[in-house]
Design a protein around this ligand. Sequence first.
Ligand code: CA
Length: 366
Amino acid sequence: MKRRQILAAAGVGLAATALAGCKQEAETAGKPQAGADTETFNWKMVTSWPKNFPGVGVGAERFATLVNEMSNGRLKVKVYAAGELVPALEVFDAVSRGTAEMGHGAPYYWKGKVPAAQFFCALPFGPNAQEMNAWLHKGGGMQLWEETYKPFGVLPIACGATGVQTAGWFNKEINGVDDFNGLKMRTPGLGGEVLTKMGGTVVNMPAGEIFTALQTGAIDATEWIGPYNDQALGLHKAAKYYYTPGWQEPNVTFELDINIKAWETLPADLQAIVRAAARDVNGDMLDDYNAKNMEAMEQLKSEGVEVRRLPDEVLAKLKVVAAEVVDASAAADPVASKVWAQQKAYLQRLYDYAESNEKDIYNIRG
Ligand code: CA
């Protein structure tokens, strides 16, 4: 062999050896646990939503479909609408006690049991979706959320966001702060506590009962989510005025609840699939809300719905009361107190940043 041929042959040999080495490493690293790729899991997911409800309910369905597809059918998730297996507001309990392996709901629905839960969900005059997501995923929020739910045997994963909501549907005009006196309104979470301090009465109920309550006069007002979902419930047919902005919920983050004992039986690849699918739904739902809220608002206005802005005086008062309510609510519970101390400081940094740049663009852009 000529010298050049010898070198070429040696080169090929070296390359082949190197490739074989890589292949071996890859096989070792990606090797599934024994039996992990054949075992099939059939899980139940209870939800707080009516069947195929736009936005949030569809998001829960999308999560189940994604997990089924990504796992090639090894983790099948069957979605139950509110009331099919457990009532809407008992999703967290059902997952905690293992009636269902998974649940999808809004953290503040269980504030009676877990007062700190609402801080992972919505704060009046609080973070928008991108700020909430930054805190949860990059600012220590998820760790605090996991700590909060651990005593209940539940693993939380953020799974959906609404973006800015609306102030809601009213059959009474709001012209000043006194108009909240005696107002009977459906609004959960800390926003509800603010309403109580403003002299109103909070009546909470799941989505399926809101329309009738408003139509019969059992409540004077309700907020639900935003134009897209509110239109789906037909609230515009039961109220005179649609008020903005959604001071009580500049965003609501939804949660995937997972029973920790069930979670621990899943192989690592299925756990990774669950996390990836939830992350996908978390972003996709926000995109869906942004697009569909715009379309629904256009349609509601074209049908003659009277959209009103809450007066400045009212918003200013709500903001003062909201700050007191949030602080007091945190102070009343040691876990909430710990969460809020960290969250408040982090959010202030995000707000300062938004003030210095992002807010300016919105104001100028119009
Ligand atoms: Ca709401």
